[in-house]
Design a protein around this ligand. Structure first.
Ligand code: GLN
Length: 258
């Protein structure tokens, strides 16, 4: 299967509004890892008002943003909702960080008690800590989790990264669709209480881990890369191994400091 030139289309959603704490590092990592394997990655940047073609993309990436940035994109996300759901149902891989992750849930209640409607792809809700507990709690710092996605096959199962949010996210307890991405070993995760981090449904992966996520976790990056290729080509793909010594040193550094 890997003989012919593989091509992947990636949509980068809202790069102008949703891009903080080095989120672009995730995209750079994807670009490099596809390039090093001679896989052609074509990227479209999609902003507010642009059309989202549900059949075009194999991978969708979107970063985080503060409440004000989320407000900027919230209405546009509603306009794209039907197309995004079609894309999700086609098995497109979505990697959504922090602010966009929250808006793929049912709603986000901000610290000023403004309820922003999400698109409900993920069975989650988010409430600013100030509203939920009466006190603003910034969940910030390096984080380590254990990946709990069923069928995640890798010798390394830890995820390391950096989180910075005050929104507390809860996966619906009775959810039949949505499950956590990780179990918190050190850090806050979704809400600082229930030890869950991130949320997944089909090939949609939401997380609070920002720009160092993919650079420091090659095993997870390749899991996403492979998923996107296999979903597009409907056959099993063997990825060429890369030299990840430096990347795993960075991973280990965070593990050692937990
Ligand atoms: N505004 C959201 C919060 O603080 C998201 C922040 C972010 O994307 N880092 O919860």
């Amino acid at each position: 299967m890997n003989k012919k030139q593989l091509i992947l289309h990636l949509a980068y959603l809202y790069p102008k509004s949703m891009n903080i704490y080095g989120d672009r590092g995730n995209l750079i990592t994807l670009i490099k890892r596809y390039q090093w394997r001679n896989i052609n990655l074509i990227i479209d940047e999609i902003e507010v008002g642009d059309n989202f073609n549900p059949t075009k993309y194999d991978f969708v990436f979107a970063g985080g943003g503060q409440d004000i940035h989320q407000l900027r994109i919230a209405e546009d996300l509603q306009n794209k909702k039907t197309a995004i759901i079609e894309s999700v149902n086609r098995g497109t891989v979505f990697l959504l960080i922090c602010g966009t992750y929250q808006l793929f849930g049912h709603y986000f209640i901000t610290s000023t008690n403004n309820k922003i409607a999400g698109i409900g792809v993920l069975d989650i809700t988010t409430i600013a800590s100030k509203i939920k507990t009466g006190k603003t709690k910034r969940m910030i710092g390096n984080i380590t989790t254990e990946i709990v996605i069923p069928n995640f096959k890798s010798e390394i199962t830890t995820l390391v990264g950096f989180e910075n949010h005050s929104g507390m996210t809860f996966i619906n307890k009775d959810s039949s669709t949505t499950y956590p991405l990780g179990r918190v070993i050190k850090g806050f995760g979704n809400n600082g209480h229930d030890k869950t981090e991130g949320a997944c449904y089909k090939n949609v992966f939401g997380t609070y881990l920002h720009g160092s996520l993919l650079p420091k976790n090659p095993h997870f990056t390749d899991f996403l890369i492979k998923k996107a290729l296999e979903n597009k080509y409907k056959s099993s793909i063997k990825l060429v191994d890369l030299n990840d010594i430096l990347e795993y040193k960075a991973h280990q550094f965070i593990l050692n400091h937990r």
